[in-house]
Write a protein that binds this ligand. Structure first.
Ligand SMILES: [Zn+2]
Ligand SMILES: [Zn+2]
Length: 474
């Protein structure tokens, strides 16, 4: 089998791995490379709509493959066609997506509509919800909303035939529902692909199940994510829940928590901690819609939805600032109408300002910090960063800006977080179970740090260092 890494090699995310056997191939993930985006683009330096594909191809942000992309994205000036004029064609039978984070699925949006996408129900539903509720949409965000792509949904343990490949998805524990590791058999060898995973979340047994399946099926190569191969720290989601409970209970003023839109484990921890402190959790309409999706997927109980008494909807005042219906459009207007029809109450910053000790406000974006101004936080208020520490310049600037606002508002801040990724010791445990002949580090900036771990837990294993674009044969 030939393995070629078009993204996710020497970088965290942007996974795009091409596996080929007997001339047929499949892509495993087709995510957005945020490191490439950061190198060439910024807040105001964005590709133009009509030459998006040309900009991405020219900067090497997406693979140069002649027959991969949607013809509608080819610019009239011919730049994209030029960039692909000497590019090879690949016989791509399908794209298999491990989970719904955009660094794994995002650039499926650019692909030719005829390529079938194989993914779990969770990845599909969560991506669709994220897409329809996104405030400003670009071509890059449109993956499934138009329903034009052939989609094949799989469940854990399924045996999925794609040409001469057999793909077996096995669920893993990660910070979003519907995350899978993949075992891929072909007439020219077999591979296990970790996706993103961890061993310290509520679903750690899923990851153990994947590792055991890899061991029992005896694959040639394990492609293992190593986001945190440098890190020893092992904070679990249970630690986070305890930490949140302690901090929230100790406060009488406003508590705001910044967390990711799709991190369902974290939302559950925030709700439990708030309940212990007799606070109701307030979420944005966008997050409320995502909670409904989680509920449909069976990973979030009904009483976590608005109206269940634990979580309610916080509406941002827009336009006139008077909650005028005209200020809300599209899905948001529909959602708010639906909430009101059910006789439920909508909350605003005015409610929070008047009763600061009654609520925990969940924010999903650094920009939401502006809403805190209207909530007039009293002295004993707290801002909780429940996201990873900033790990690039852009995120550092975001955090600095939030900190500036917090100092104006007189709010203290703390960090309470557990990662979606396995620490070094967890990776050692997983590799110790799988005992692979060969290991290819992926989704990491430190592939070389796998060597000492492998020597310790799987001494017979060989480390293979993949280079971007360069194919290897296993
Ligand atoms: Zn990732
Ligand atoms: Zn992920």
């Amino acid at each position: 089998m030939r393995i070629q890494g078009f993204g996710g090699v020497g970088e965290i995310g942007g996974n795009k791995f091409y596996l080929e056997a007997r001339g047929e191939g499949i892509f495993i993930d087709f995510g957005i490379s945020y490191s490439a985006r950061r190198r060439f683009f910024g807040w105001f330096l964005r590709p133009k709509r009509f030459s998006l594909l040309a900009s991405l191809l020219t900067t090497g942000s997406v693979p140069r493959v002649a027959n991969l992309y949607d013809r509608d994205l080819f610019d009239p000036t011919g730049l994209a066609a030029e960039a692909l004029s000497r590019a090879p064609k690949l016989d791509v039978r399908a794209v298999v997506v491990s989970h719904p984070h955009t660094d794994h699925i995002g650039h499926v949006s650019l692909l030719r509509k005829g390529i079938p996408i194989y993914l779990g129900m969770g990845s599909y539903e969560i991506s669709k919800t994220r897409e329809t509720t996104k405030p400003a949409k670009t071509v890059e965000d449109k993956i499934f909303a138009d329903d034009e792509r052939p989609v094949q949904l799989f469940r854990t343990g399924a045996r999925v035939r794609i040409g001469s490949f057999e793909v077996i998805p096995i669920h893993v524990d990660h910070s979003v529902p519907g995350s899978y590791g993949l075992i891929i058999h072909s007439p020219e060898g077999s591979v296990a692909y970790s996706g993103d995973l961890r061993l310290h979340g509520p679903k750690r047994a899923f990851t153990e199940e994947f590792a055991e399946a890899v061991a029992s099926q005896g694959v040639d190569v394990v492609m293992m994510e190593g986001t945190r191969i440098r890190e020893e720290e092992q904070v679990t989601e249970m630690d986070v829940e305890r930490g949140l409970t302690r901090h929230i209970s100790a406060r009488k003023g406003l508590v705001a928590v910044l967390t990711g839109l799709v991190d369902y484990d974290r939302l559950r921890s925030i709700v439990s901690a708030s309940e212990a402190a007799e606070r109701t959790v307030l979420v944005s309409p966008r997050m409320a819609v995502m909670l409904e999706t989680f509920n449909r997927l069976g990973v979030m109980p009904r009483d976590f939805l608005p109206g269940g008494g634990r979580v309610e909807v916080l509406v941002e005042r827009k336009g006139s600032g008077m909650l005028d219906k005209q200020d809300y459009h599209g899905w948001e207007r529909e959602y708010l109408d639906r909430i009101l029809e059910r006789g439920l109450r909508l909350f605003t910053d005015l409610d929070v300002a008047a009763h600061q000790g009654r609520y925990t406000v969940v924010l999903n974006s650094p920009d939401d910090v502006l809403d805190l101004l209207l909530m007039r936080p009293v002295e004993d208020s707290l801002f909780i960063y429940s996201t990873s520490e900033p790990h690039n310049e852009e995120q550092e600037i975001d955090r600095e800006r939030i900190d500036n606002w917090l100092s104006i508002l007189g709010m203290k801040s703390i960090q309470v977080h557990a990662s979606g990724h396995a620490s070094r010791e967890e990776l050692a445990k997983i590799l110790g179970t799988t005992r692979p002949k060969k290991v290819i580090p992926i989704h990491t900036e430190n592939p070389e740090l796998f060597q000492p771990v492998l020597s310790r837990v799987a001494p017979g294993s060989t480390l293979i260092n993949l280079h971007p674009q360069v194919p290897i044969t296993i």
